[in-house]
Design a protein around this ligand. Structure first.
Ligand SMILES: [Zn+2]
Length: 226
């Protein structure tokens, strides 16, 4: 890396690795947008386009949206004028098939000529135990929505919200050990095979995702070069 600031990249990592948080920080610092496939699909279903209608039907049926449709949404997005200065893809591609399809398009002359290709894949690495601890301890104030974690961010006084004094806390129903285990297993099975693929292309940059948010974002800042 020759002093150039990276502006087009993929954020990868298991659930609970802090991708969303770090993506938001990067978006703000670099003035570029972060996109996730799920969010783009939801947006398409509301657009009123023919393709959007098709996607809506598939989602309503509870079926998987075909990879080609997902990749097309992303490709469309990165060509929009406001995204020509850069983009962050959060959790896309999710499968090796998506990654290969995406690459095939990025390798076309138009995309090469306009420098739209991915410059780096930032891989946030966190051990499973860490993810489980991070997710399972989460809670939220039922009154004001303030976020807490029993170990990493407890209220100053046990059982009382710092922000509003509320005494009731809720947890997300899917923040359980079994659900987190299943998501981790799915990540290893479906998403992790992308890593060697991008490694071969020299795009993978590993980041230790453990530790406080600002420590991790500082590591990322150095890699991205802003
Ligand atoms: Zn509160």
């Amino acid at each position: 890396m020759t002093g150039q600031v990276l502006r087009r990249f993929i954020l990868m990592g298991p659930p609970g690795s802090g991708k969303g948080t770090q993506g938001a920080i990067l978006s703000e610092k670099l003035g570029i947008n972060t996109y996730s496939a799920g969010e783009l699909l939801r947006e398409a279903t509301k657009s009123g386009s023919k393709e959007g209608e098709k996607i809506k039907k598939i989602i309503d049926r509870g079926d998987m949206v075909p990879p080609k449709m997902i990749v097309n949404r992303i490709v469309e997005k990165i060509q929009e004028p406001e995204n020509l200065k850069g983009y962050i893809l959060d959790g896309f591609p999710r499968t090796l098939d998506q990654a290969k399809r995406f690459d095939k398009i990025l390798n076309k002359r138009y995309f090469k000529k306009n420098n739209l290709g991915v410059q780096a894949v930032l891989l946030l690495q966190v051990p499973d135990d860490y993810v489980i601890e991070r997710i399972i301890g989460r809670s939220q104030c039922a009154t004001c929505g303030a976020l807490y974690h029993e170990k990493f961010r407890p209220p100053k006084v046990f059982g009382i919200c710092d922000a509003c004094g509320g005494k009731e806390f809720t947890r997300r129903a899917d923040d359980t050990y079994a659900v987190v285990q299943a998501r981790l297993r799915n990540y290893r099975l479906v998403t992790a095979p992308i890593i060697p693929y991008y490694e071969e292309k020299g795009l993978i940059v590993c980041v230790d995702g453990t530790g406080p948010i600002d420590v991790v974002s500082e590591k990322i800042r150095k890699i991205v070069g802003y």
